[in-house]
Write a protein that binds this ligand. Sequence first.
Ligand code: ARG
Length: 264
Amino acid sequence: MKKKIIAFMITVVCILNLCSCGKGQEKAKASTSDDLLSEGKLIVGTNASFPPFEYIGKDGKPDGFDIALAKAIGKEMKVDVEIQDMEFDSLVASIGSKIDIAIAGMTVTNERQKAVDFSNSYYDAVQCVLIPKDSKIANHDDLKGKKIGSQMGTTGDSLSENIKKEDDTTTISTYDKAIDAVNDLVNGRLDAVILDKNPATVFAKQYETIEVLNGSDFGFQTEHYAIALPKKDEKLAGKVNDALEKIKENGTFDELVKKYIETE
Ligand code: ARG
């Protein structure tokens, strides 16, 4: 009898567990902004390999300017923010399924705007070129026919593709993480890496043998970072933009720039 009662209790506990698991999965991501705002949770996708905007902190959790900005936005919107670290190349396609929005030093591009909307821009950036200090590369034409590395699916990746279109002896290698491209540059497997200026500056400080050249010498244009949002969700876009504006007005934004970017 005692055994039967114990078996019964175990069964009940298992069933309860299964139910709560199912619910957890259902609630992992709200399907509309109304749901997510009423449930009070915003799932923010990022790719935490892009310092100072996002990286894995000493405690093993994503940290950086964008992460702090996302949390500040969540606070203004009165929702909890959950950060989901994933591959950069998967972020846009995951909006509306695995994540609600994405913040990842992401440049507004026409191509991405076909799939997602963007918040107001919060940072101006530019691509630059990392080279070994003893390299002779100095301008756009010098990159033709060279071995160029970049992070997969980034604007640096598109710029490398453009160079290959101009000269198909150019070799292009893409990496899941920009730091892996930098390592190959340091090891002599690449001639140059095209990467956003801030992370390039952070990485160049870690290796004595490489340096950063200005994107303007290569004809690279200014890019604008913004938060990627589900397409045509005006309510959510309004809330995110309002929060962003408040954060700029009340000085939080400048504090975060000082804390994360100016100290890089
Ligand atoms: N700004 C570039 C782009 O939008 C690179 C962004 C990479 N971000 C990252 N978190 N890895 O394509």
